[in-house]
Design a protein around this ligand. Structure first.
Ligand code: FMN
Length: 435
């Protein structure tokens, strides 16, 4: 029997599925919708809910904000940090991971925010470390354009060093709470760090009490060689949209080798593969749904708009019915590769329309009843060897209906096969990842 994988759900604090057949949403801005989802996932023994984030209203696609706002693609997107607080306070077991960009937050503010959220989430908080991928985001933070990837990661390395020192600036037993002597915290156990690097300077210490995990669980999604090397050095979990079971295995083997080369135990870093299963009560119902999603002009344009934003390449300039020219990006290489190298890579005969239809979020196409999909996932798990799956909605937007398909359909089928735990793993998010 296969050993249990870890499971997460990938979403964002954007518009929910406002235009789907089984949805009645569009305005989840009080946070209650996402709290409901988190509770449903928690009931089904998911390990964490994950929020991506971007810091702009893009205008890369067609040189306009139109598609982004018309299709609710990337924008609007609200701040996931207050939402994490609400979810953490409303749940007991599920981990809460949010994306915070090293481009946007001064390190001290980020460390303080993470420590605060880890307290509110009672040790279940995770930080998805990103350096941002869009010129538009960089322009919201005082830069003319996005720095080169290699420079962003160099800054991020120093950033991690600094926030790590801030997280450790209080010794674990610095809070004494001695009523008789009238001592809250012992000043001899709280230390300035006097950090002076190439990019940052910070005196410290942090003005927050050490959080249950000491630092949040670190997630990372870099796909380039430099991104993977960064993850190998810092991450507790890596998320990726890989190409088929062979691509999944190759990615995980590569990350594990890089983790070992960085002097860490390969088992200490868990790899999560993005999957967007299309589920139905019957095989033919699932296939019909899959065909509908693949032929949706809404999803096609959303995919192109999103990929344009994250790669800084305007995909509106290309003929949908011709193969793509050779493209490279300093933005999100994983996402660009996903669309241009899906089946055959650069120079393949696939047209842009065909590539975009294959979708962004899928490491492998899973279509069928919960039992059929669970069987396929067990086979993939056995081939790849570990560690986790991160589900996302194939419509690119979340509805209660889809969450129910996952939590009341697929999760029990996976649990029956031993691929998913039937009860939440107790403890901190880092512990859940390691267990
Ligand atoms: C599944 C996945 C999710 C990502 N989520 C975000 C995100 O929420 N915000 C963001 O700015 N970048 C996001 N990224 C981009 C990566 O974090 C990374 O910064 C980017 O891919 C550039 O690094 P790379 O060239 O090493 O891939 C995501 C990438 C992947 C593959």
């Amino acid at each position: 029997m296969v050993s249990p994988f870890r499971f997460g759900f990938f979403t964002n604090f954007g518009a929910d599925e406002w235009n789907g057949t089984f949805s009645n949403g569009g305005s989840p801005w009080t946070g209650e919708f996402h709290v409901e989802i988190a509770k449903a996932l928690e009931r089904a023994a998911f390990d964490f809910i994950f929020f991506d984030d971007n810091l702009l209203v893009p205008e890369t696609y067609g040189n306009s904000m139109d598609a982004y706002l018309r299709l609710s693609a990337t924008a609007p997107k609200h701040d996931p940090a207050p939402l994490a607080s609400l979810i953490g306070a409303s749940t007991k077991d599920i981990g809460v991971v949010i994306t915070l960009s090293t481009l946007a937050y001064p390190p001290y503010m980020l460390a303080r925010l993470c420590a605060t959220l880890d307290h509110i989430c009672r040790g279940r908080f995770g930080w998805n470390i990103v350096t941002s991928t869009e010129h538009g985001a960089a322009q919201n933070f005082g830069l003319d354009q996005l720095p080169l990837r290699v420079d962003r990661y160099e800054v991020a390395e120093e950033y991690m060093d600094l926030v790590g020192q801030l997280f450790r600036s209080w010794e674990p037993d610095a809070v004494v709470l001695d009523r008789e002597k009238g001592i809250y915290a012992d000043a001899s156990k709280v230390h300035a760090i006097n950090f002076a690097g190439k990019h940052f300077k910070s005196r410290g210490p942090l003005n927050t009490v050490p959080s249950p995990q000491g630092r949040p669980a670190y997630f990372q999604a870099g796909a380039s060689p430099v991104g993977r090397a960064f993850a190998a050095k810092y991450a507790d979990a890596v998320i990726v949209s890989a190409k088929g079971p062979a691509g999944m295995k190759a990615f995980r083997d590569d990350v594990r080798a890089k983790v070992a080369a960085a002097g860490r135990d390969p088992d200490s870093v868990k790899v999560f593969f993005l999957l967007a299963p299309v589920l139905g009560a019957t095989t033919s119902e699932a296939r019909a749904k899959h065909d509908r999603l693949r032929s949706s002009p809404f999803i096609l344009e959303r995919t192109l708009a999103f990929t344009s934003s994250i790669s800084n390449i305007d995909f509106a300039q290309f003929d949908l019915d011709k193969p793509l020219p050779t493209l490279t990006t300093e933005g999100g290489s994983g996402t660009l590769e996903k669309i241009i190298q899906q089946s055959g890579g650069q120079g393949s005969d696939k047209t842009l329309r065909e590539l975009a239809k294959i979708g962004m979020g899928n490491s492998v196409d899973l279509v069928g009843t919960p039992d059929e999909v669970a069987d396929e996932m067990v086979a993939i798990a056995e081939h790849v060897g570990g560690d986790g799956f991160l589900f996302t909605s194939p419509s690119q937007q979340v509805s209660r209906h889809y969450i129910t398909e996952l939590t009341e359909g697929l999760a029990p089928a996976l649990q029956k096969r031993g691929l998913m735990r039937s009860a939440s793993t107790p403890g901190t998010l880092r512990h859940k990842l390691q267990a």
